[in-house]
Write a protein that binds this ligand. Structure first.
Ligand code: BGC
Length: 480
């Protein structure tokens, strides 16, 4: 028998600070072809051989579509303030821009009612990567400008249908992964490997964001509803001063390609310059940047680890790849994970200090914009055991991770950052995209054979946090 220690120091949750849990449609819903849902690019991609670990697909996932009442009851037992989920665009409009599927819309409307009945506020993402396949076929997906206009109409439709009840809207989740992983690196749907396409996709996502913000403002009726975007703005840390140029280059293509137009109204000059040999940026039309730059009420930030950066000194311009590498210019920039940090099951470094400093710096950069941590969490291996004759999942690593990152978030607030809340990724174990069902991020374990849900130790800790509104001082030993 082995023990693992847990530590926490006493910290109060400030009044009005929002606590919750997050998921995404394709990762949990299943019911991929039920009740009129059309295919998305993730259906096509995951059904293509060699794209996901073990050939995993979201056909069943956590089968949330059929377990929605039980899942709502679990959320209530966690005392969540909010639940963040995404809408599957192709469940609501099967081909992305044509007829509405009433059953799809009803699913989300009922989910929202179920949340409100339990005192939980809905936080809705419009695009968590599962673009309707028809738009990929017709317009090249996010490579096509038309997709941005289809997104505007989709936003208008759901805004009108659900905008009387949703507390916080987000246009996109992590457009970085959507564009660079999907269209440049090719490791995510739709699996395209061309850097110019990634940059086009990034621009059309920015444009779609601006169009959707205006569409939501026109249609939502809940008076205090907020409109946001969720970016995985990376915490970029060069190894030495000699690596600052590499860090600047990565920051441009990973962060400022979104924050530039969306939050400041223009693409940064250094980004345009760095990427000239991939594209002439002719897809940015006059007036586009102004459309991207709509006032928003809240900035969502997802944080998992620090991006440690150093220059690649062996860079040879002749070898610069037009696609298939992580991002344009990745031959010049090395992302590395230093020794000395614990690692999650994804191999990611555990650095709560990075989150604290990141939030402080971001809030100083955008002082008018409240920030919410829309995702933070960790994959660790866990298993179902028995405690007192009942099934239990002891996950001290994840629990300590959450303690440390909630603490880091609260410390950032104490240091003056405007932080409105913290949401754990994820409510349930789920389809971890190309990594399939191996990595488990949930605070609730899902048995993929029986679909049984078992709250983990981390869920019990999170429930106590939400209920007592205090990070309890803790010195505990957990049997693992
Ligand atoms: C995404 C989630 C994903 C999580 C862990 C974020 O990139 O928004 O969908 O499961 O990180 O990888």
């Amino acid at each position: 028998m082995t023990y693992q220690a847990l530590h926490a120091s006493d910290l109060a949750i400030p009044d009005g600070f929002i606590l919750g849990a997050a998921t995404a449609a394709y990762q949990i819903e299943g019911a991929a072809s039920e009740d009129g849902r059309g295919p998305s690019i993730w259906d096509t991609f995951s059904h293509t051989a060699g794209t996901t670990a073990g050939g995993a697909t979201g056909d069943v996932a956590a089968d949330h579509y059929h377990h929605v009442t039980a899942d709502l009851d679990l959320m209530a037992a966690l005392h969540l303030d909010v639940y963040r989920f995404s809408i599957s665009w192709s469940r609501v409009i099967p081909d992305g821009e044509g007829a509405v599927n009433p059953a799809g819309l009803a699913f989300y409307s009922d989910l929202i009612d179920g949340l409100l009945e339990r005192g939980i506020s809905p936080v809705v993402t419009l695009n968590h990567w599962d673009l309707p396949q028809t738009l990929e076929d017709k317009y090249g997906g996010w490579r096509g400008r038309e997709t941005a206009y289809a997104f505007e109409r989709y936003a208008e439709l759901v805004g009108a249908a659900l905008g009387d009840r949703v507390a916080i809207w987000s246009t996109h989740n992590e457009p970085w992964n959507n564009s660079f992983a999907g269209y440049g690196h090719g490791v995510f749907a739709p699996g395209i490997t061309r850097h110019e396409d990634a940059l086009k996709a990034a621009h059309h996502l920015n444009l779609a964001h601006g169009l959707a913000v205006s569409a939501l403002r026109k249609t939502i009726t809940k008076p205090d509803a907020k409109v946001s975007i969720v970016l995985n703005i990376f915490r970029v840390e060069p190894e030495t001063p000699a690596d600052e140029e590499a860090a600047r280059r990565f920051d441009a293509v990973a962060n400022r390609v979104f924050t530039g137009p969306v939050l400041e109204g223009a693409y940064p000059a250094d980004l345009l310059e760095d990427t000239r040999h991939f594209t002439d940026w002719a897809f940015v039309l006059p007036g586009d940047e102004a459309i991207c730059h709509q006032p928003i009420d809240l900035l969502g930030v997802n944080y998992y680890e620090v991006m440690h950066i150093r220059a690649r000194n062996d860079f040879n311009p002749a070898l610069e790849q037009a696609g298939g590498t992580e991002f344009p210019g990745s031959e010049r920039v090395e992302l590395f994970r230093p020794d000395g940090f614990a690692r999650t099951a994804m191999g990611w470094t555990v650095e709560p200090r990075g989150l604290e400093d990141h939030l402080v710096a971001l809030s100083a950069q955008y002082p008018d914009l409240p920030i919410m941590v829309m995702e933070n969490g960790a994959a660790f291996e866990d298993e179902v055991t028995e405690v007192g004759g009942l099934p239990a999942v002891m996950d001290p690593d994840r629990t300590q991770f959450l303690i440390d990152h909630v603490t880091a978030t609260l410390r950032a607030r104490e240091r003056g950052a405007r932080i409105d809340g913290y949401l754990v990724w994820s409510l349930l174990d789920n389809f971890e995209w190309a990594a399939g069902y191996g990595p488990r991020f949930g605070i609730i374990r899902v048995d993929y054979d029986t679909l049984r849900r078992t709250p983990k130790l981390s869920a019990h800790w999170f429930a106590e946090l939400c209920q007592t509104r205090n990070v309890p001082a803790l010195e505990a030993k957990v049997i693992v």
